[in-house]
Design a protein around this ligand. Sequence first.
Ligand code: ADP
Ligand code: MG
Length: 354
Amino acid sequence: MNEFDFIDQLRRQTRSRRHSARVIKGIGDDASVIAETGDRDLVVTTDLLVEGIDFIRNATPARLLGHKALAVSLSDIASMGARPFWSFVSIGMPRETWDTKFKNDFFEGLLALADQFGVTLAGGDVSETKTGIVIDSVVLGEVASGAAVLRSGARTGDQVFVTGTLGAAAAGVKLIEKGARISGKSEVERRESARPEGASGSADVRPDDDAIQSLLLRQLSPSPRVGWGIVLGEEILATAMIDLSDGLSSDLSHLCKESNVGALIDSALIPLDEDVKHLCGRRALDPLALALHGGEDFELLFTVSPENIARLPKRVDGIAISRIGEIRCDAKTVRIHEKDRTWELKPEGYKHFD
Ligand code: ADP
Ligand code: MG
């Protein structure tokens, strides 16, 4: 039984004992939606980060870990078309970690990202572990009543879009596995010298070192697409949405399953990260495979009905979108077209307990 089989089991168990009519969406989406009094719904997401599984301690500066712990939850709130407001962070660590500056650096990184989006750290818990760091990040946000964008709203004929570029975070993991590490430059210096995110077009030649650092940052310090989430939700543009945490093949499959539809995507339309193409093409790693099955890009994958496509902004916060395919009625099957052949795209993204 893998992670998703168990979640399905829990979902069936809760369905038969639903106590609260105010749970609009329980298990089965990026976040839960709970009706508030008034004209707002509360949107709640929770993410667990475990040392050795979700991050490698010696490859992950504490400040970036704090950033990422919040970023992954902000990404889930964005994928509901909601606006984030409150963060609750619980953390457990061994005594020897407690005695270092880890905890201060962690919360410095987390609070810097929270400030960027006007999010308040409103609570949490602290405990000691025998081994390893464990972080539980909860974020609460709000949407107008009934306006949360669910995974289940995609309809035949809707067009499929993604924000930004894909494959960089997975390439970052491969680099970490091969021993690459964030350089001694300050984070601010690195960000300033990094390629503008979402940049596409011709690959200007970059030194390999810069490209490697940029890919490591995409893995260790993802940028949640909060602005796009709010626009797509508040302007009622997306019919369905999910964030790319497990990998495009798996996350599109989740969206199609919940919507009871299929999808056909065109490999030529998938926005591959330029650094991935530049580095991986030369290292016998297939950039398309990283984009399809590698996780943690934390871009938004969403569907839009044909009549609303003209209303989509070109960019939000400097991040562009790409149309990668369309929703089909062939229930729950995702297919991909490449050159002159089309095949079924099996969900091969990340699963715990696979
Ligand atoms: P995401 O990748 O967007 O964070 P997950 O794949 O982690 O989503 O979770 C999918 C769904 O399963 C969510 O609705 C989540 O709330 C639910 N879920 C996961 N673990 C549990 C659990 N232990 N108890 C109840 N619901 C869970
Ligand atoms: Mg998600």
